[in-house]
Structure formats: C-alpha cells, structure tokens
Write a protein that binds this ligand. Structure first.
Ligand SMILES: NC(=O)c1ccc[n+]([C@@H]2O[C@H](COP(=O)([O-])OP(=O)(O)OC[C@H]3O[C@@H](n4cnc5c(N)ncnc54)[C@H](O)[C@@H]3O)[C@@H](O)[C@H]2O)c1
Length: 420
C-alpha cells in the first residue's frame, strides 16, 4: 500500500480518532486552529474522551496548531464543525476557512476529502471553488475532491472507526479507489463506494434526518398518550413485538448531529423551492420536548420546590455539552420558580460554568429534593437503585425517569416514579 502524507484539519470528536488511526499506516499531521486543544493533546489529554492517555502517548500523529507547519501534503481531510446559526441555517464558516487554508497550501496532484456533514453540493459547488480561487489550480485537473461522511457515534465502543462501514466518494473512479484504499486499511476494507460526491453528502444527511423524524414521531405519541394517561414505554414495548415496528424511544434530541443536520437538508430543499414539511415538523416537535417535559414535571411541583436533574450532556456517556436540550428543562423549570440543581459525572464542570453559567453539583444525600429527573442515561446512573435515589428525596418526593431505567427495578419504598 502506498504511504501518503495526510493532513487532517480539525481534531475534534471526528478528526482526532481518524487522524490517530490513519497515522498507523501513513505520515499524518493533525492540525487544529485551537492551540489549547493541541497543547492538551500534546500533554496526552483528549477532552472528548475518544483517545486514551496511553494511545496519545504512543501515537505517531504529528500535532500542530501552526498552519505554517503544513507541508508536503498530498491528501487533506477536513473534519471541522458544521453547526447552524441563530436562524437555524447552515453555518459553513469553519468549512470555508479550512478550504481557504488548503487553497494556500495545496500542490498539484493532491486530493481534498471532506468529512464534515453538509447538504448535497457543498463539496463541489462551494468548497472546491474556494480552493481553486485561492490556489489558482483547477479542480478535477490539478487537484481532486472527495467526500467521506463520518458515522462514528461518540461514547459507543461498538460502532467505532474500525467496525463501521465507511462511505467514500471521489470526483472520478480513480480518486474513489485511492480513498477506498486509504480508509480501507483502518476498517478491514468495509468500504462502500458511493456513486458520486453528492450522493455521499445526501446519504449522510438523510441518515441523521431519518433518525430525527423517527424520534419526533415517538415524541409526538408520548404527548398524546401522556394526555390519555397511558404509558408510552409500555405501548412501545407492546408494539415492538411486531416484526417491522421500529424501535425508537421518546426523549431529548440535542448534540452536534441529529438536531442540526436536518436543518442542512431543509435549507437546501428551500433553496430549490421544495417545502421540507416532515423534516421541519420533526425538528419543531423534538426542539419542544424540553418544554413539554418541564410542563409535565410542573404538574407535580409547587413554586419553591427543589429539583435535581441527573445528566447534562447531550447524550449518555460522553462529555459533550454542545446543544444539550437538558438546558431547556432547566430554563423552563427555573421560569416556573423551581430551584434546580444539575449533576453530571461526565461533563466538565468548568466548561458548563463557562458556557451555561451553571454550577454542577455532586450527587449526595446531603441535600434533599422534591423531585429527581433522570435526563441522561450515564453508566454511573445505571448502577443506582430506586432506594439510592430515594435518599436524595424529601418524603413524598418523586422521580421522573425520562430514560425508563427504573421501570423494572425493585421499589420497596414505593417511591413515585413517572416516565414516558
Ligand atoms: N461528533 C460526532 O459524533 C459526529 C459524527 C459524525 C459526523 N460529525 C460531523 O463531523 C464534523 C466535525 O464534528 P466534531 O464533532 O468532530 O466537531 P468538534 O467541534 O468536536 O471538532 C472540530 C475541531 O475543529 C477545529 N476547528 C474549527 N475550525 C477550524 C479551522 N478553520 N481549522 C482548523 N481547525 C478548526 C475545532 O477547534 C475543533 O477542535 C461536523 O460536520 C459534524 O457534523 C460529527
């Protein structure tokens, strides 16, 4: 196999594990514009929790925050964030900045692969022209584009880079072939060659949009069944015994992907005059869940009551607090006049304080609450019994188990547990 000189741009949840894996087989530079991130990584600390201290110590990856050190590269892989702005529209600044940087550095014969999630057309119609303009080179003649969407699922040790099928696409068959070889070594050849870059871009964005819509459906039925006094989880468990019923659970949809990517597709749809009705309805329902949960909780509480929320990150077993929807429950309850504390063993206390102005509290029995809301299913909470949680409650206190983890547990003290 040919050894390439690769530069991975953006070393976050996606870029770092990828750059680390590729560095086993190729000469890899990992560049991140955030110097603090690079300094931490050079001290063997990955705040995303994806790469261990020991693996960072042993890595062959060259870590840099100085773009001048990007030299002699023939493959660029771009893994920078693609969030949305306040109008819920694609915010492509980081992607365009990274493309400009590549334009400044690129040499004839190079390939530029995008991994960031986008809507169809961004790689070829928006990023490629930036590289051409800055470099003076011609796309498809002097350099080539590729797109390989990332599917990793942080906090999930089963669906990691070496296990999941990687979709690759290039501007022509040769480029797709080169990319298949590069990525294939890190996952035993589990490569799917998409028929075009736009197909690969579209496939990625619909994977997450489909998930968002499916969750929106169960969230909507949870609102209906809540009003009917029926347990949604019991109903789902029952319906799930049919062979083709899809297994989704109601809950909060936050984070950097599922709650964001559908807006990318919706944006593109609207640009071409198509109204993305289901996509946006799903987004509205899911974005409203924090408020719905807070209103349900408030039916059981009075102004001045104390509430403890367990879990603040956007999902279980990760430290990622970006776009967490637990904040919606927190804000709504505060507005109702309830005193709310939040505990989270995975989130970085200082980051939560800096971003959300909230002081996380430890889970102790010293302070007693009227209600506990289990919002995120961290492994630490799975070890707790109903009785353990009961020690943090005042008498007649209750638990809102949004994840349904206490449903089958012994409850000798008959603590009131509400769930979906
Ligand atoms: N996190 C996930 O689970 C996941 C999964 C699949 C796909 N994705 C997609 O992958 C992309 C990256 O997501 P992430 O979660 O790794 O983001 P992240 O925020 O964890 O990491 C991005 C990194 O890029 C750096 N960066 C930003 N602008 C830069 C620039 N111009 N030049 C160099 N570095 C820059 C940041 O400092 C940061 O360290 C996004 O498009 C996302 O939608 C993410």
């Amino acid at each position: 196999m040919k050894k390439h000189k690769i530069c991975v741009i953006g070393l976050g949840y996606v870029g770092l594990p990828l750059a680390n894996s590729l560095s086993v087989y190729h000469d890899v530079i990992g560049y991140d514009s955030n110097k603090i991130r690079i300094d931490e990584l050079k001290n063997f600390y990955d705040r995303t929790g994806e790469i261990s201290y020991q693996d960072l110590k042993n890595t062959k990856l060259k870590l840099i925050s100085d773009p001048d050190k990007i030299k002699e590269i023939n493959i660029y892989i771009i893994t920078v964030p693609t969030p949305i702005n306040d109008q819920k529209q694609p915010e492509l600044t980081a992607l365009f900045e990274a493309s400009k940087l590549v334009g400044e550095k690129i040499k004839t014969g190079s390939i530029v692969v995008y991994e960031s999630t986008v809507y169809p057309g961004v790689t070829e119609e928006e990023c490629g022209p930036i590289i051409e303009m800055v470099s003076g080179l011609v796309c498809g003649k002097d350099f080539w584009l590729g797109y390989s969407p990332e599917r990793i699922n942080p906090g999930d040790s089963v669906h990691n880079l070496s296990q999941i099928t990687k979709v690759v696409s290039g501007q022509n068959e040769d480029i797709t072939g080169i990319l298949s070889d590069i990525y294939g070594v890190i996952n035993n050849g589990k490569i799917f060659k998409a028929t075009s870059i736009k197909v690969a871009e579209a496939a990625k964005v619909i994977e997450n949009t489909q998930r968002d819509i499916n969750i929106a459906f169960v969230n909507e039925i949870s609102m209906i069944f809540n009003n009917l006094g029926l347990s949604t989880l019991d109903i789902l468990e029952t319906a799930n015994t049919k062979w083709n019923f899809l297994d989704f659970k109601p809950g909060l949809v936050g984070g950097h992907c599922i709650g964001v990517d559908p807006f990318y597709l919706a944006y593109k749809a609207q640009k071409i005059g198509v109204n993305p009705e289901i996509i946006l309805a799903g987004r509205r329902i899911n974005d409203n869940m924090g408020k719905f949960i807070a209103e349900r909780v408030m039916q059981e509480l009075e102004v001045g009551d104390k509430v403890l929320i367990l879990g603040f990150t956007f999902k279980e077993n990760v430290p990622d607090i970006r776009n967490t929807k637990v904040i919606d429950i927190y804000n709504a309850l505060n507005n109702f006049g309830v005193e709310v504390n939040i505990s989270d063993p995975k989130a970085d206390k200082n980051e939560v304080k800096e971003v959300y102005k909230i002081n996380l509290v430890p889970l102790t029995k010293e302070k007693k609450y009227k209600a506990i809301i289990i919002a995120v299913q961290h492994e630490e909470y799975r070890e707790l019994s109903v009785e353990d949680l009961g020690t943090c409650l005042i008498s007649k206190g209750l638990i809102f188990d949004l994840k349904g983890i206490l449903r089958r547990m012994n409850n000798p003290k008959k603590i009131r547990i509400l769930t979906f």
